[in-house]
Structures are given as structure tokens and as C-alpha cells.
Design a protein. Sequence first.
Length: 385
Amino acid sequence: MNEFRKQEKRVATFIYPGQTIGIIGAGMRAYWLALTARAMGFHIAVLAARPTDPALQVADYQFIGSLASAQDLAKLGEVSNCTILMDENADDELLQKYAQHHYFPQKAAILSITQDRYLEKVFLNDHNINIAPYTTVLNVQDVYDAVDSIGYPCIIKPIQKGLGKERQHVIYCADDIPGSAPYLQHGSYIMESWIPCEKELAVVVAKDQDGSLTTYPVIESHYQDQELAASVIKARIAPEVGDEVRRIARQIGNAIDYCGVFSVEFFLTSADTIYVKSVIPGPLDAGDVFSETMDFSQYEMHLRSLCCWPLPKPHLLKEGIMARIQQQQISASFTQIQIKPDWHFHYYPLDGPISDETAIGHVTIVGQDLRKLANQVNATDLWNV
């Protein structure tokens, strides 16, 4: 079976129900992908770092090991007809070597852009896409030198993504600049303007192995302390704004060597100026709102793209709001279950330590009148959309 995969790894290969999908990565997005793959008739293999990872619960083949180990990846590849990456922090060079021996149609080249804030900004600039003004800084003097052009407020972030909000520092005035020193000890940083954001938006795109693109309706994302709190579809924006963010997402999709679902996140100002925030490979947390509002979820579109199944055009069935349930809201959410028969509640099989702010589930509310849905959500005093 593996010999067949080696022969076919460089061409688009139809993956049949009954064959095995190998998933590199862990967490809830890998869990939802595995559940969807199971419903489509595939067997599942998962490589995760912890034996209690939720995705392993769904797997026919369980591999506990390091995503940075060529040997552990090879074990997954031996049983997989198609391998899918669900960890955007994986080693792109290691994955490119893996793809020489195993069928990995997703391609790892995108990671060099999406893992590195500087390279991502260079890529976007090269394609004349609007982003926040930025520069690189190595020390506190660099911050003083750059602030005249960047302006206040601004923020410094590690060039490497995935290090957490604890490694970021907001600068509101000159008195805040010396506070940059402890952060800059860790290496090079990006310093960028703080965009006065009216809304945050996202466009989820599926790209098949022929390069054709299919876009979802625009999502309106709500964040609390840099963590996703809720997502709304359709986004409450002017039609021309929706057209433009979808155009930008398609422009990026045409420029990247990639297959599968990816997302582009945006800042929108009160003057309807659009800035690209980031490019994210794979399904998006905010895109979980699609599962009850669209006829095809982002996870099915991801699988269809990578398994060489034809891509449908997703249709909006109902408007909706997806709100994350935090650990500190769990008792209140149980009350909502008892009084909201039309709401869709999901609770996650989490592993590892859980804080009050940990998302332990989500609820999706659907209907034909988004204003009424928002009023219902806001009336709970648990969320504000």
C-alpha cells in the first residue's frame, strides 16, 4: 500500500472512503476534522504529543510522539493514504522531506510565510496588499527610532508566531518604551501600528489541487483579550467591503502554493479601511460557525480539497452566531441548555490544565434575522456581539 503512495505522491490522487487519513497535530480542530473524516467513510490515523489528546479518541491508528520527529512522522505515513497537517507551527523543512516519501498534497511551503511575521508582511507587501505600518526592532533604541514613523499606540510582537500574547507589548506613549526591554531580550521583534479597529473579519477559502478557489461568506469575529469569543455570519458590513475582502483572499489564494482550506483575517476601521491581519493555514476557529449555518463545513471542504473530491459551492442556510463557552461560564451555559431548545450546544473533550478562561465548548444560534439573534445572545449577559 505504501509503495502505491510513493508512486502517486506528486500527482493529485483520489482518496476513497475506506482509505486512511493521517492527521499531524492535535487539539479541537484536529478532533473536528477526524470526526468529519469518519463521517465521510475514512479511517483515521493521528500523531499527537499527548495520549489524552481529543483527536486520538477518534483515531483507528494512534501515534503518540513528536511532530518534530522524522521517525514519528514516518510511522504515521506508513498507514496513511493522505496526510493532513493540523498544526500551523510544524517544521516546514521536515514536512517537505516527509512529502518526498508520503502523499502530502497540502504542501508545507505556506508555513514559511504564516509562521514568520516578517516574511508574511514582505509577502503581502510584494502583492500590494494593505497592512499596518511596521518595522523590525532589535533593541529599545530601535523602538525609540521607529516610533516617529509608526506612531502611538503601537505593539511589538515576536517575529515567530505561536509564542502567545505574553510575548507581546503594547506601547501607548514614550513612557511605555523602556518596558520593551525584557521582550527584546528574546530576539528580533516586529513593531507595528495599533490599528483602530471597528471590526475584525475573516474569509475562509478552499483551494483544490487544480488551484480553483471557493470562498465562504465573510465572518465577523469578536475577540476578548486576544482570544476568540464569538463569530457572526454574515458579517455586518457594507457589501463593497465584503466584495473587497473576498477579492483580497482570492488574490492571496492564487499567490500561495497550497491546497486545502486557509483563512485571511482582516482589520476594518470605522472609515471602512481594510488591513490584512494574518494568513492562517487550515480550518479557522471562527469558521466553526459554518457547521450549523452552511451546507458544507470547513472541515469537509478541507478534506474534499486534499482528497481530490470535487468542491461544491457552499450555500448559507441560515444566519448565525457561534459563541465560545469558557470554563467559568459552564454552569450558566447549563442553564441556557434548559431554556434555549433551539440553540446548538457543543462541549469539548479537553485534556490538560483548564483555567477559567479556557474555551470548553461553544453554542451556535441560527435564524433568519441576525439582529434578533444578537439580541438573544446579548440578553444572556454571557457574550456581547
